[in-house]
Write a protein that binds this ligand. Structure first.
Ligand SMILES: NC(=O)C1=CN([C@@H]2O[C@H](COP(=O)(O)OP(=O)(O)OC[C@H]3O[C@@H](n4cnc5c(N)ncnc54)[C@H](OP(=O)(O)O)[C@@H]3O)[C@@H](O)[C@H]2O)C=CC1
Ligand SMILES: N[C@@H](CCC(=O)N[C@@H](CSC=O)C(=O)NCC(=O)O)C(=O)O
Ligand SMILES: [Zn+2]
Ligand SMILES: [Zn+2]
Length: 410
């Protein structure tokens, strides 16, 4: 689909008034503009749990007040997309347009939008930042209350959807982003403009995985020089925690993963040790092993698996008196965590982290700059690139044992 935004039209308009192009072409050009009109475009629709995504031509309605329509250029597939597709997400709704780790260009904006403009390069944010709600003003959290309730119900803040499939059926939005569509509509508080020179193919990963892990280490945990750290799960999130801990000068960074193929890449991101918990000596638990390796336990541990048994081990491997365990992984509906309260009585702290504690609109620019100055690895997480039409193959990549992120291109 060719896109003419209002800036383009203004430029053409200037050319026309100089009599270089016949005046009747102006009307024709205005007719070609997509602004204010529904757009028909490619999308991958998830009609039901555990089924392949269906490539369809869907209709994306124009943005309403305080909404932004984005042409998505690149989107990656995060483990959370697969989790919701599996039917294990308590908030999962079908039929929907999944995807939340993307980057694109603003096609048009609704009334009242001042924070981004047509042509801006942007990253959609599943953790909004309105700046004025109780959460945003607290200075204590990156969670924002402005659109979270409707986001969890798969609709825009006014309670309606902007997506319809080729049969006219309404489709749910996902995580306020729905990047598995060539065009999407998001709330203005759920999008940030970025430096136009940043490659969208890479920085789309800052829309979730890299930011989440890196932020969990440097913001949520605030790892300091010399700290000992264990990270459970060497996916993009876990390796981004490793990267954050390494940047802070952690003295020991132990990766725990059941897949030996992840050892080399873990060390490349800064891990000092790699442990496969399925290959311990007879009778030894992963907690025993980690406590033994670190003279009593870790300063910080991170769960990046979503497995509640792993979360318990991560807590119990923390040092008595001060060790902190950060839960990042998302668990299946109905799962609960447990431990002996004694673990907390004796000073271990259990906490969680969403989007790495990062405030997307205020802090994304800094992460992009860190990437551009080669202080933050992002490209290194891309293990495959595919055209968007191969999105189902991209989901299969998640199970190939070496996949970190598959980036799709429209
Ligand atoms: N809180 C937040 O803001 C966010 C949370 N998430 C969540 O974080 C988690 C990680 O995401 P992502 O990095 O994309 O996922 P990945 O699937 O890429 O990474 C998870 C890793 O953990 C490994 N693993 C699985 N089970 C165990 C186990 N028992 N012990 C040790 N390692 C194990 C996996 O191995 P294998 O591949 O062999 O299964 C894989 O290497 C997911 O639960 C995701 O939903 C993601 C983004 C944001
Ligand atoms: N829908 C799930 C909860 C999913 C969840 O915890 N999501 C993470 C981000 S995962 C990104 O890949 C998160 O940020 N949570 C905070 C939030 O406000 O959603 C469920 O219902 O369990
Ligand atoms: Zn994600
Ligand atoms: Zn807010």
């Amino acid at each position: 689909m060719r896109l003419f935004n209002s800036t383009t039209i203004r430029l053409f308009h200037r050319t026309f008034t100089q009599n270089i192009v016949p005046p009747n072409a102006i009307t024709k050009l205005h007719k070609m503009s997509t602004v204010g009109k529904p757009i028909n475009c490619k999308a991958a629709v998830s009609y039901k749990p555990n089924a392949p995504l269906v490539l369809d031509t869907i209709t994306v309605d124009p943005p309403k007040s305080h909404e932004v329509r984005i042409k998505i250029i690149n989107t990656a597939i995060c483990h959370t997309d697969a989790y919701t597709l599996s039917g294990k997400d308590a908030e999962g709704l079908f039929p929907c347009v999944l995807g939340h780790e993307g980057a694109g260009i603003v096609e048009s904006v609704g009334e009242g939008v001042t924070s981004v403009k047509v042509g801006d390069h942007v990253i959609p944010l599943y953790t909004a930042e309105c700046g004025v709600c109780k959460f945003c003003k607290s200075g204590k959290t990156n969670l924002c209350g402005s659109v979270r309730a409707t986001q969890g119900k798969g609709v825009m803040p006014d309670g309606t959807s902007r997506f319809h499939d080729s049969k006219g059926q309404s489709l749910y939005h996902f995580m306020g982003c729905s990047t598995f569509s060539e065009y999407t509509v998001v709330a203005d508080v759920s999008v940030v403009a970025i430096d136009q020179t940043a490659p969208l193919e890479s920085v789309c990963l800052l829309g979730c995985g890299v930011t989440t892990g890196y932020g969990a280490a440097i913001k949520t945990a605030n790892v300091q020089k010399g700290d000992t750290v264990a990270v459970f799960g060497a996916g993009t999130v876990g390796l981004s925690v490793v990267q954050g801990a390494h940047s802070r000068g952690a003295s020991r960074i132990i990766i725990v993963d059941i897949n030996d193929n992840k050892e080399t890449v873990s060390r490349e991101f800064g891990a000092t040790d790699f442990i496969n918990p399925t290959k311990l000596s007879e009778g030894q638990t992963i907690v025993d092993k980690l406590v033994e390796m670190t003279d009593g336990g870790l300063d910080f541990t991170f769960d990046c698996t979503g497995n509640v048994d792993v979360m318990r081990s991560a807590l119990e491997a923390c040092h008595k008196g001060w060790g902190q365990s950060v839960i990042i992984g998302v668990a299946d509906a109905g799962k609960e965590i447990s431990t002996r309260p004694f673990q907390l009585v004796t000073g271990r702290v259990w906490k969680g982290s969403a989007f790495g504690g990062i405030k997307g609109r205020s802090e994304m620019g800094g992460l992009i700059k860190d990437y551009q100055e080669k202080k933050l690895k992002v490209d290194e997480f891309i293990t495959a690139r595919r055209p968007f039409s191969e999105i189902n193959e991209g989901f299969e990549d998640l199970h190939n044992g070496t996949c970190l992120r598959t980036v799709l291109k429209f």
